[in-house]
Design a protein around this ligand. Sequence first.
Ligand code: ASP
Length: 581
Amino acid sequence: MSRTHNCGELKLGNLGEIVTLCGWVQKSRNLGGMTFVDLRDRYGITQLAFNMEKNSNLCANARCLGREYVIEIIGEVVERENKNNLIPTGEIEIEVAEFTILNIAKTPPFTIEDDTDGGEEIRMKYRYLDIRRNPIKENLMLRAKISSETRKYLDEQGFCEVETPYLIKSTQEGARDFIVPSRMNENQFYALPQSPQTFKQLLMVAGMDKYYQIVKCFRDEDLRADRQPEFTQIDCEMSFVNQEDILNTFEGLTKHLLKTIKGVELENFPRISYDDAIKTYGSDKPDIRFDMNFIEMNDVCKNKGVGIFDDAELVIAINVKGCANYTRKQLDSLSNFVKTPQVGANGLIYCKYNQDGSSKSSVDKFFDENARIKWAEKAECDKGDLLLIMAGKANNTRKSLGILRLHLAEELGLRNPEVFSAVWVLDFPLLEWDEETQIYHAMHHPFTAPKPEDIEKLNDSPSTVRANAYDLVLNGNEIGGGSIRIHNKDLQQLMFKNLGFSAEEAEKQFGFLMNAFEYGAPPHGGIALGFDRLCAILGGQESIRDFIAFPKNNAGRDVMIDSPSNIDNNQLKELNISLKN
Ligand code: ASP
């Protein structure tokens, strides 16, 4: 290798050494007698100095170096006059004796700086330039570290990494499959895996005992904000375990990552049932970094002859601590917010408990001081607190208040990305009724086991059956989900029947799995963590896109390689595909 060092490592201890460095020209400054060039590589920036007096030719040539030129230099490490203590190499510079231009560069379409002037679209088109910027480069390095720490932990726990195929069979498992035509098998198609679910279960039947894989998954869904059609999971499965074993193992992984990546020691994760999460936070992925738990107010609000409450199925409130001083304008803005389609509420009622002991609500016409005091007792409001109340249909009202709770927390700075709080959500319903198609869907997936004590309800009241399924929630994001699986053919058949599959369809699509269950399938269960999201949260950011080297845009396109794209007629013919004109 021609390089003796990288651009991030030379310090005063190297004074006098003759070194060879390679990198990109970040910027250059001509100051008459001297020219300074910042040379950049993945490791950092080192200042190069060219002296007009000592070597006028060289210095003149250095003045022709454009931004992002790729160069190699040889020179001596010298102490800098004006030290820069913001960078590790800031005490030295290289007095250059010779340099070679390895490649010239066009002027980049946006500045390669931490704060760039490039918009999203242009950054994605020239992603290779975008990755030269520190924030993106650091995200990718963080991602690599998280994946290496994940492997370290799981290897130590005895997990074996096994790769499963990407060209598999299309099944109705949840989302829509991406389809790949097979040239060698005319008119037949592979599907890309939505997850390695059935394969990891077959690995358990195969006796692999503890499996993991950091694996790409593919789902052809309409892209909601911050979803990618291909994404990465930490996918795991274990045999001869119960739910408790899995929770402990992956709580351990999460703690290990928080500790090694962020230096944060997490307490044992609280656990909450799905029902309680919905009742307390209006969400099955509650952010528990802050309180504002829901308080049910039916008994103190209803049956007082006031329509908004009397007509409502549910009246709930949150106590926003210390916010009685919210202005009219702030309250109006909250009230407008809850009426947006995204929140979908019909209104918001407030009651301020002022510091002087007085109180004032937006429904003073109907409720007197005594009523307001009762509310305060119920919701544990002190002087200075603001009570926000919503009323309506139970599910909708909980959902709306849940969104308002997050919105307020955001406004109040309670969602600090450097504070971490994890929670397990347990006891999900097994099935979910779909009004549109009038059939049940598996809430997690069709392979999830019902709680043994609920199995008999599968025939008569399927919607009340709870699953041995769990989600791991970090800072209000679902970062993982899994379940104990069905490992018995009869139960799996019953499950497919409940999901509206005929016996033939079930056999056709999943016969391979049910047959395997007849050859000694161990009890097993597992989980998958969303790796991109985990990286973003540990990186303190909302969006996953900048934690993926080459992400797709909201329309599922890669604008750099311009994909998806047309293919030529010969290819189409070979695949027996004719296009619609
Ligand atoms: N395969 C599931 C998923 O992708 C995770 C699991 O149940 O292990 O959500």
